[in-house]
Structure formats: structure tokens, C-alpha cells
Design a protein around this ligand. Sequence first.
Ligand code: GLY
Ligand code: MN
Ligand code: MN
Length: 436
Amino acid sequence: MPTDLYRDHLDTLLQRAETALQRAGYDHLLIPSGGLHLQAFDDLPYPFVVNPQFKAWLPLTDAPGCWLLITPGQRPRLLFLQPQDYWHAVPELPAGGWVEHWAISVLRTPEEAARHLPPDPARCAILGEPQAALGDYAPNNPAPVLQYLDYHRAYKTAYELEQLWQANRIAVRAHRAAERAFRAGASEFGIHLAYCQAAGQDANDLPYGNIVALNRHAAVLHYTARERLPPRPSRSLLIDAGASHAGYAADVTRTYAAEDGDFAALIRAVDAVQQQLCAQVRAGTDYRALHLQAHLLLAGVLREAGVVRISPEAAVAEGVTAAFFPHGLGHGIGLQVHDVAGLAASDAGGTLPRPDGHPWLRLTRPLAPGMVVTIEPGLYFIDLLLDELRAHGAGNAVDWARVEALRPYGGIRIEDDVACTADAPRNLTREAFAAA
Ligand code: GLY
Ligand code: MN
Ligand code: MN
């Protein structure tokens, strides 16, 4: 990892922490990495998921029971838990260029952390889950601190962009393997395994559960059931699958048709719309306007394909596109697949409302250099929503024979991770496909 990139990243976070603490009237920032959670009535834990506030600072994602101690003007401190344990793998001592920027104390028990924490817990902003409490050092998650840090986390440092690029490279390598498995006739489960093998990641590492949907299953937006046997015929694949790198997520979707034909043409049309939208990931663009434009462009695709008979403007106004494209255009991405503060009006609170009638939009902030967002338009043939459309009297706008012909393919989504810069957008996903 390039050390100067990390040092600049850390400097940025230290500055942000200092301002956040000042605003909220605290002297120290404490961040526990979190702990394991037991499943109900069982002695088995869920997979460990690190506190995102923790992994923002350093690329440690698999170390429960650690703490970060940030005091403005002082070297940041990592309390690293390396228990004496012969039941489980013990986390290795931190290594890598980033380590030299931290004062590191190694703990043998979680309780030892208390000895290193500032004497007065009341002077500490503590960001974490309730279970991370250590005596009087209980997470208080002060709103002004969270609002400030979360808001600014949307603007990625150069170090973060590099991690997102690496995550995209891994995801794209795996997407190519998944496409090969699909064309060889694999089941959803088989395609999933091919993906994991090529990514070198499984459920414990991936940033979200792989969505691998053949045929009709592509009409379920977050389909994760993974049939063990392939359908006959296997007509289409929608795969929405990411990868992690150093705590950062990629979120990538591709849709393939087994054969050329009307559905393949529809994929190409959605892809062209997606590219048109990606090109507008530019400083100053209102993401809400981009989302509304996606509706208009997709309405044009539906009309061109003979699915919808009315003008794009009318299709949007009458809610016809909402039945075919029933989710948001995308979201911020970074340490979390759906990055925090997507609706934040400022670093001191407030909400930028979603446009009326678009309850699923996860990002309403204007785009600015450093933001990384997904652009993921889609078109689906979802019985539930099409039945509603008919019931509400908009049925005449639709050519139902065309719907019937396309319905067996489920749906289409194309999703890239795109960085907003001071100039042209940088499409991390397409870059990775081009480099693969
Ligand atoms: N993979 C979930 C999403 O695209 O938002
Ligand atoms: Mn997404
Ligand atoms: Mn996705």
C-alpha cells in the first residue's frame, strides 16, 4: 500500500476528528472495533463485522475487541487485542506501511483496554455499538460528531479511491468467471461458487450477499436463494456481486442473455442509458435530477422496445416507469456498500428530501469531487407491480403481449461504481473491465 497516500488519508481524518470533537465539546474520540454476537439460544457467533467507524482509520477488518484513541495533537493510538487463545485463530500483529503512523499497544484481554483510555469517560466521544461498552466507557455516539464524520466520509481521499479501485478489480475478475459459468450452463449456486473462487472471497469477506438470478429470479431485486440446479433453458443471468478490499466495497451488476434476441437488445439499450447517466457524474449534478432523468430515459427504452405505448413523459408522469424501475438510481459507496449520510443536507444535520414518489432513493446530495456513487438503472418484469399497474387503470399504456414475451427473462440491472472528480467522471468498474 502506498504509504504517503495513507498518511494523507490519516491527516484528513485527524483534521475531521478535531473539528468534530470541537463542535461537540469533547476531548477524545474513542472507537471500539466491536465484538462477536452470539446467535439466539446458541453458543455460536455470527460472523464478525467490524465497526465502520473503526475501519475508516486503518485497514483492520478482522480484529474484535480493539480500540482507537484519537486525541487532537497526539499520535493516534491503536489498542490491539491479541488474546491467548487456542480455540480460534489469533489476529496477527498489525503489519504494513500504515502501522508506523500509530502508537500501538497490544492487549491480551479486552478488559486491559480500560487502562489505556483517558481518565474521564465524560470527555470522550465513543462511537460504536452498545455491546462494545467497557465499564464506564459506553458508546455515546454524539450526533454532532457522527453527523460531521459521516457527512465528510462521502468525499473520498486518494487512499480511499485506490482501495475502491482494487475492490472493483477483484469484483470484475469474479464477474468474468461468473459469466463463463453461466454460458457453460451452471446453476445459480455454481455461478456463485465460480464467483467466490475467482474473487478469493466468500460470505465472510464479500460486502453483501451475492445476488445470482437466472431467468425469472432476476425479477426479485435482492434474490439470494441460489438454486442448486440450473433451469432449462437458462435464458438470462442477473448478477449483482461485489468484493472487499482493505475494508472498502465494490458493488457491481451485470445482466447477460444466453442468446441474441429481443432481451439481448433490451440489455444493450439499458447499458447505453447507464453509460449516458455515468457520464453525468460530475461536480454540481443533483443526484435526484439524475434519478428522474433515468426514469425518462428508461421510459424511452420501454417505448422503443414496444413494451410501453405512451410517450416517455407520460410514462413517468403516470407512474408506469415506477413499475418497471422500482428502485433508486444508486447510492454512495465506500466503507459500506450503501454509504452513510446519503440524504445529509450538511455536516451539522438536516435532510435533503427525496423527490415525491421515489421512496427508495438512497442519495439526494449534489455530486462533488471525491464522491463515489453507483449508477444502477434497471428494468424488471415484476408481477406484483405490473398487476398493480393494471389495477390502477394504467394497463392500456402497456403492450401486454410484449411483456409476456420478455417476462421469462426476469429483468435487467447494470451497475458501475463511478468516482466524481473535478473533471470527467472515473468509472472504476468499466476501467477494471477494460483492464481485465
Ligand atoms: N447490491 C445492492 C445494491 O446494488 O445496492
Ligand atoms: Mn448498489
Ligand atoms: Mn448492487
